[in-house]
Write a protein that binds this ligand. Structure first.
Ligand code: KIV
Ligand code: NA
Length: 262
């Protein structure tokens, strides 16, 4: 089986939902590879793996390191990474940093957060051969300036704003738009307004695809569960039970038995 292509993804709009999960390393990328169309190296890794309170302190070097690892495990699924906070504030800076990403990793595309004010940045990236996923709605890189994570699309004005954003980002050349933390009604309006696929998270079942953070969906992250996270496994429980058994067997010298000894 060969690599999924960006044009194949675009052709899925209106036909078949696109499946995306995050991954941060080769081990899990290999488990997910080929089961889903897309793997996102999200800057959420700054929270779930580095233990920081938000995504803003993630660096380009960190994202490149994790993307190299994910690409080593992903032969079939398309790999997209988040450009971290502060690495795409001007078209020139965005092109320079995204070029570094393409040179140092095998990622197919980058993702950037923001509304229509990012259109010139997306155009510059696309003009320079970089494939871009836009990200509208609730944008975690704005958590400090917004003073929290707020669900979007609760009134007609906000829905109109997001429709305009998505259309401007499509016109600038984005091949896909991620829609996070919006009322399903708003996600539907955005999906209908653009001809590129929309990928939802916390946006209802009306988008052209879905993404979940792997450590959330497999219940490794226990501190807090947002409403949109469905648990598809008991990760933390599995690890804790296994670890406790190992600990008890080491303490009792039951492990390693003859079977595990030379
Ligand atoms: O960083 C991330 O994992 C993301 C998803 C929540 C879409 O951007
Ligand atoms: Na992100």
């Amino acid at each position: 089986d060969k690599k999924v292509t960006l044009s194949a993804l675009q052709a899925m709009k209106g036909k078949e939902p696109i499946v995306m999960v995050t991954a941060y390393d080769a081990l899990f990328a290999k488990l997910f590879d080929g089961e889903v169309e897309m793997i996102l190296v999200g800057d959420s890794l700054n929270m779930s793996f580095l233990g920081k309170p938000d995504t803003l302190s993630a660096t380009l070097e960190q994202m490149i390191y994790h993307t190299q690892a994910v690409c080593n495990g992903a032969e079939k699924s398309i790999v997209v990474l988040d450009m971290p906070f502060g690495t795409y504030t001007t078209p020139e800076m965005a092109v320079a940093n995204a070029t570094k990403v393409y040179q140092q990793t095998d990622a197919q595309a980058i993702k950037i957060e923001g509304g229509k004010e990012r259109a010139p940045i997306i155009k510059a990236l696309v003009d320079n051969g970089i494939a871009v996923v836009a990200h509208v709605g609730l944008m975690p890189q704005f958590v400090r300036s917004e003073g929290g994570y707020k669900v979007r699309g609760k009134d007609a004005e906000d829905i109109q704003q997001m429709i305009e954003d998505a259309k401007a980002l499509e016109a600038a050349g984005a091949f896909m738009v991620l829609v996070e933390g919006v009322k399903a009604e708003a996600a539907k309006a955005i999906t209908d307004a653009v001809s590129i696929p929309t990928i939802g998270i916390g946006a209802g079942n009306v988008t052209d695809g879905q993404v979940l953070v792997w450590s959330d969906m497999f219940d490794f992250f226990e501190a807090f569960t947002p409403k949109f996270v469905k648990k598809y496994g008991k990760g933390a429980l599995m690890i804790k039970e296994g670890l406790q058994q190992y600990r008890d067997e080491v303490k009792s010298r039951e492990f390693p038995s003859e079977e595990y000894s030379y």
